[in-house]
Design a protein around this ligand. Structure first.
Ligand code: GTP
Ligand code: MG
Length: 253
């Protein structure tokens, strides 16, 4: 029963991907459970089988402690860790072959506080994997793309779990722009060309240096293009996940 965490910057498409991929898996006759780990979300595009809001609710915390939305989100992120036994029991009771976990809207609350890696390690004893979403519209600019590579490397450095990289919302870009971003992800030389073409002065030098630093980390960033609106690419994500879960912890793509 692999547990797959969906992670990405705010609004990158985590919740809709959880919805569309879980539906797609169900249509492929896979027994999938969905988990909502966002304590502040008001409306979801799927009905979660396991919902953190049953235990921790950001709205209630705002009222109880007189906090604003950000303070309440931080407190909620930490309180989720205390509910790990309840959440694990709920996930186990779902008896699914495959678990998809939609993580909180603001990625830093999950990835860069102590509670996130603890939750990933402790939520059941099953094998784990991460899917990191690159928002296609944001990533079309090479400067943003390189920044997103850095963020995903930072996420890998927090969790050290097998991680795959997906280009989300590709239906919102012309096909040639999608192909270009995918090409950057497979061939750093093409990305360097784009940086040289499109960026100037400090941004250009900075991006070139960031790209070199990422190269030294030896991480692979091959992006799989998907759309949660049209379901394009979901079959490819499924094949990569299957391959990755067979190969174990060292795999990133
Ligand atoms: N066209 C298009 N829109 C998408 C796609 N995926 C997500 N969206 C839209 O992008 C917006 C954000 O998507 P969400 O799935 O809520 O993203 P999220 O990462 O869960 O957002 P937060 O949890 O609020 O950070 C919504 O309006 C979605 O309908 C996609 O593949 N194509
Ligand atoms: Mg969401």
């Amino acid at each position: 029963m692999p547990v797959v965490f969906i992670i990405g910057t705010a609004g990158s498409g985590k919740s809709l991907f959880t919805a569309s991929f879980s539906e797609w898996l169900k249509m492929s006759k896979q027994d999938v459970a969905t988990v909502n780990l966002d304590p502040g979300v008001l409306k979801l595009p799927y009905s979660p089988d396991v919902d953190v809001r049953n235990y921790v609710n950001a709205g209630d915390i705002m009222e109880k402690y007189g906090l604003g939305p950000n303070g309440a989100s931080i407190m909620a992120a930490d309180l989720i860790a205390d509910e790990i036994e309840n959440l694990t029991r709920d996930v186990d009771e779902a008896h699914a072959d495959f678990v998809l976990v939609d993580t909180p809207g603001q990625m830093e609350l999950f990835a860069f506080r102590a509670s996130g890696p603890y939750i990933v390690d402790e939520l059941t004893k099953e094998p784990k994997a991460l899917i990191y979403l690159f928002d296609a519209v944001f990533s079309a600019n090479p400067f943003n793309y390189v920044s997103n590579m850095f963020l995903s490397a930072a996420v890998y450095n927090r969790f050290f779990q097998p991680q795959i990289h997906v280009l989300s919302k590709t239906d919102l870009l012309p096909k040639k722009d999608v192909s270009q971003i995918v090409e950057w992800s497979g061939n750093p030389r093409r990305l360097e060309d784009a940086i040289n073409d499109k960026l100037e002065d400090t941004k250009r030098i900075f991006s070139q240096n960031m790209l070199r630093a990422i190269g030294q980390l030896g991480m692979q960033f091959h992006l799989t293009p998907i759309s949660s609106k049209t379901n394009d690419g979901l079959i490819a994500v499924n094949s990569i996940l299957e391959r990755m879960l067979m190969q174990g912890e060292k795999y990133t793509t």
